[in-house]
Design a protein around this ligand. Sequence first.
Ligand code: S3P
Length: 432
Amino acid sequence: MKYIVEPRKNAHGEITVPGDKSISHRSVMLASIAEGTSNVSGFLEGEDCLATMNAFRQMGVQIDRVGEGELTIHGVGRNGLTQPNKTLDLGNSGTSMRLLTGLLAGQSIHTELVGDGSLMKRPMRRVCDPLSLMAANVSTSEDGTPPVLIRPVDHLKAITYELLVASAQVKSAILLAGLYAQGTTSVKESKITRDHTERMLESFNYPLEVKDGCVSVEGGKQLQATDIQVPADISSAAFFIVAACIADQGEITIHHVGMNPTRTGVLDILQQMNANIEIHNQEMMGGEPTASITARASQLKGIDVPTHLVPSAIDEFPIICIAAACAEGVTRVSNAEELRVKESDRISQVAKGLTTLNIKVDEFADGLAITGGELSGGVIESGHDHRVAMSFAVASLRANSNIEITDCQNVATSFPGFVEFANSIGLSIHVI
Ligand code: S3P
C-alpha cells in the first residue's frame, strides 16, 4: 500500500485520536492475569494491541469486544494462563514481545514468540539478559533476535537491575517478571522512561514503590480487576500538532490526550522551537493525566534538542524531524541512538526521506542535524515504518509537489483511521 499525498497549505479541525498504544497493551496484559473482570474503554484497536489481545486469547483468556475500543477481560489470575497450541505471533509489536517475555518468564507454560520481518530483527537480549539473571529460562536466536523461547522454571529470583538502555519495555519486562519472583525486584533508571506499567500496577491494586529513579515490586501478590479508560495517544496527536504548526493557516485541537510527564517531551521540544501550543482542560483519566491540546501555525526555529528530553519523546522524532525541516535554522538531535533499533532505523530512514525532499541533513551515529528549508516533492521509502509514513504525509503541508510514500500498510499497527483523520483536517492523502 502506498500514499500519494498532494500538497496542501492549511490544516484545521477538532479531533480525538485513538487510544494510547502503550497503555492499551498494558491494560490487556494486567487485566488478563488479574482476579475478576476488568472493563477497558478507549482501547486502541491497532494491529499491535490486537496482537497482544490475541496472544492472551491463545493462552485461554476470554476477552469480549463489547463495542468500539471497549473490552471486557475475564482475568484468569496470576497463574491461570494456559498452554497456547502454537507460537504467539506479535506482528510488528516490540512492546508485545518484550513485555510478554517478562510476564511469561514466571508461568508454567512453554511459549515461543515470533513477529514480522521488522520485529524478527529487533534486539531482545536487552530483556533476556536481565531475565536470565532472575533465573528465567528465556532464549533468543544466536544474534539476540526473535524467536524468543520461554520455558517454565521452578522459581524466579528477585534482582536489583540498573537499566543499560533507557527503555520502558525493558523496565516493564523486569517488573512483570518481578510479580512472579521470590522477594523484591528493583529496577533503577538514570534516564526516566514512560511509567505506564507502574501506574497501571497501582490501578490493579498491586503494591509498588517508586523512589529516586528506582521502582520496586514484591513478588507473589494478586492483581485485582479494575476498569481502565485509555487516554488518546500523544504519539498519534503529535502528527496533528506538527501539522497545525507547519501549515500556512493552521489550528487543530485534539481532545483527551494522555499527558503523562514521561511522554510529553514532544511538547517541550516543539515549544522550544517556538511552536504555538496551548494546553487546556487538564484532568485525570484512570491514573493518567489528560488534556486538550490546541496547536496553531507557528514560525518554528531550529534548536539543539536537549538530551534529557530524548526518552520522553522517543517515538515522536520522525515528526519532530519534519517540524525541524520546516524551521528556520538547524535542529540537532543527539544521544538518540535508540532510534536505530525501532520499527526501522529511524535516523537513516528520516535522513534519506528529507534528503529526497531537498532538505540538508547530516547523519550521525546517535542522531542527525537538519537545516530547515523549502520542501520539494518526491518518493519516500517508509521502510515499512508506521511513524515514518505518517510523518512524511504531514510534510505535504510544506511540499511544492506530490509526496509518494511506499509501504504504508503498517500505519494500521498504531493508528487505524489515520488517513481519514488526516484528510479531515486538510491533508490530501490518496491510498493506492
Ligand atoms: C514503549 C516503549 C518505548 C517506545 C515504544 C513503546 C512501551 O520503547 O519506543 O513505542 O510501551 O513501553 P523502548 O522501551 O524500546 O524505548
